[in-house]
Design a binder for this molecule. Structure first.
Ligand code: ACO
Ligand code: OAA
Length: 379
């Protein structure tokens, strides 16, 4: 018989299994992917290299990277069956629903859908990695009444993502900030969406089902949906390109004080594991700073600082990765509701690495519950 003390609501503090994919250490405020500090990877590695690291456990050799890069470039085009499925969806549904549907359609059409050998799983992960940017880019464009832009094989992953989204080549600084965001968003141990992917895999279901379920978990504002919600906060405060940094900070501070007085939860702040700051925020904030400088938008910094300092003073709650990522994607020109689908594109790497790990050492994930309904009664 379970007692109230046995119940760990939200599985908070519960260690469920081992993982060798990443280590989140709130004491040292650090995050390692396969042993490498994420800041170091973000400083010098392409997202393609980081993906291979997460999947295989090691950084690729030059020839392994060249081979994967060629594969990735050859598998970027939007599959006409996926495009047809997207075109059936309303342009006012949430883009996360489009992402979720697209992965499901890719899985249903996959010749190796039910093959869960390690080789087939890795192939499917690489294909999804290559194919997903076109889903995000096309969905944003169709909502804007624009045509699909074909991928370009002469561009790397990040440059091509931006090319397909906007139909023009992005400046090198913008490509780099985007790459950094992808590296930082790639993996974070047993977060809610990754855990969902592992639960689905634990039933011996297929990879695309696990990723589809993970997307559903990522959508919520307590998880990935927070990067979109951050931008709604900025919009609610009001963005005025001509405002000074100082004035914007004053208004943002007042907004936060009012929100906290009303006991509101402000998205982009707080974390289940990190209680003294998210290890990824300084790197992402540096990327945001570069975008603010690139686009000449110092008022955005005012809004950012004003909210952050007011939250710190009132509750000492620190920003999480979604806080600097939201305004970064906004400055790059993405529509707000596309921010979490971009997160999918990054997290496909971490999810699939965990799917491989779960499959290699599987136990059905099935916790217990303590019943608190009516006692047995007669009909
Ligand atoms: C990439 C990612 O997924 S990162 C996470 C993105 N999510 C968000 O940004 C959503 C906003 N943040 C939150 O809701 C929470 O901080 C979570 C869900 C991320 C983590 O929460 P938990 O560890 O479960 O802590 P919990 O929600 O119980 O909060 C503890 C206390 O801090 C407060 N708190 C936590 N986050 C916030 C916040 N963002 N705004 C205001 N108060 C907050 C809670 O109200 C609570 O206060 P109380 O004890 O007075 O009731
Ligand atoms: O770890 C978590 O709970 C959420 C998070 O930061 C992530 O998934 O990147």
């Amino acid at each position: 018989m379970s007692t109230t003390e046995d119940i760990k609501k939200g599985l908070a503090g519960v260690v469920v299994d081992y993982t060798a994919v990443s280590k989140v250490n709130p004491e040292t405020n650090s995050l390692l992917y396969r042993g490498y500090p994420v800041q170091d990877l973000a400083a010098s590695k392409s997202f393609e290299e980081v993906a291979l690291l997460l999947w295989t456990g090691e950084l690729p050799s030059e020839s392994e990277l060249t081979e994967f890069s060629a594969f990735e470039r050859a598998n970027r085009a939007l599959d006409p069956r996926v495009k047809a499925a997207i075109d059936l969806l309303p342009t006012d549904c949430h883009p996360m629903d489009v992402g979720r549907t697209a992965v499901s359609v890719i899985g249903a059409n996959h010749a190796e859908a039910e093959n869960s050998s390690p080789e087939a799983e890795l192939r499917k992960a690489k294909e999804l990695f290559a194919a997903f940017p076109a889903v995000v880019a096309y969905d944003q464009r169709r909502r804007r009444g624009q045509e699909l832009v074909a991928p370009r094989e002469d561009l790397d992953y990040s440059s091509n993502f931006l090319w397909m989204s906007f139909g023009e080549e992005a400046a090198p600084e913008v490509v780099d900030a985007f790459r950094v965001s992808m590296v930082l968003y790639a993996e974070h141990s047993f977060n809610a969406s990754t855990f969902t992917a592992r639960v689905i895999t634990s039933t011996l279901s297929d990879l695309h089902s696990a990723v589809t379920g993970a997307i559903g978990a990522l959508k919520g504002p307590l998880h990935g949906g927070a990067n979109e919600a951050v931008m709604h906060t900025f919009d609610e405060i009001g963005i005025d390109k001509n405002e000074s940094r100082k004035d914007a900070a004053v208004r943002a501070k007042a907004w936060m004080e009012d929100a906290l007085a009303q006991k509101k939860k402000v998205m982009g702040f707080g974390h289940r594991v990190y209680k003294h700051g998210d290890s990824r925020v300084p790197t992402m904030k540096a990327a945001l700073d570069k975008m603010i400088e690139h686009y000449g938008r110092s008022e955005m910094l005012g809004l950012y600082d004003g909210l952050e300092s007011a939250m710190d003073e009132a509750k000492a709650i620190k920003p999480n990765l979604d806080y600097p990522a939201g305004p970064t994607y906004h400055l790059m020109g993405f529509d707000t509701e596309m921010f979490t689908p971009i997160f999918i594109a990054a997290r496909i790497t971490g999810w699939t690495a965990h799917i491989f790990e779960q499959r290699a050492s599987n136990a059905l994930i099935r916790p217990l519950s303590a019943y608190n309904g009516p006692e047995q009664r007669a009909l």
